[in-house]
Design a protein. Sequence first.
Lengths: 116, 243
Amino acid sequence: MEGEILKGHLDMIVLAALAAGPAHGYGIIQEIRGRSQGAFDLPEGTVYPVLHRLEEAGFLSSHWTDGTAGRKRRVYSLTRKGSRALADRRALWSRFADAIGGFLGETAHAATKSSR
Amino acid sequence: MPLPSPVADYLAELGRDLAFDPALSRRVRQEVEDHLREAAIAEPTESTIDAENRAIMRFGAPQKIADQYRAVSLHMRMKRTGVLVLCAILVAFGAMESRVVWYGLTRWDIGAHLKSVGETIVPIDRYAFLLAIILGIVGSIYIASRPLPVAYGPASRSQILYAQFLIAGAAAATAVAVTCEAILTSWRLAEAHWTANSLLPMGSLIIEIGIVFAALVYIRNTVRRVSAIMRHQSSASGSGETH
């Protein structure tokens, strides 16, 4: 999928990936890749500034845990504000997708008719 | 001789790019190291170096990652500066009021000369303090009400500069008010020849000066950080980098 289109929706995608439960950065990226069946394939590093921004905005909380090989691992989870924001964005996206789908459908229908 | 590690080199480069915010840099490097090591382990290759290089390639260039952190870091720093200045104003106000109450309780009269000096200094003190409150509140509300920027650009730049102007103005006005207070209080204490009653005014003045000084130092560091980031962005865009 086009990177620029994806970037515009990265906040919503990250929030949705965390709706399944707390996860660390790598886990979130795997979740996004898995759920999108590989369609959302951004440079992995772009997810971390998004996590940081969403945390500063109060949508996520995070804490350090013990990871593998003695490394520290930062685990993120949705806050109540984050869950509300995700629900709002889902509703907005649904309306937007319906409108665009309807519009494109009509345009395609009209184009097919005029070409006959 | 230590083994070459692409991940260690990458983290060092990322650390240099995030040097504008040392606390953020430490946190991000730890997080990225965990990611890259885990991603390298998942790579289906025999060579550790190849696996690390592949993980790094998928992660993206450190400069681009750091650029995304810059805007948020600046925004949050300005927000914290606003809160600190408001706290300094509140503490200064509390200290000033405590002295006024104390002078009333101890029936502390002042000499004619201090009274005439006070007629000039007190209005400056009051108006400077009022200005500090207005600028501090407007600056803090302004930056707190802006959404966190996704990337650094002209819009976030002007937001930061505007907030910096208001917050630094508030701090400067507070410093003027506290200087006026320091002159009046020192004069009053000198007139009273340092009795036990002098302890509260003296203590409150020290606290007031201390917190305003701390706020000014913090603002100076914020201004330096803002200038360094803006210089970096200008030189990066001047050299043709895309952000």
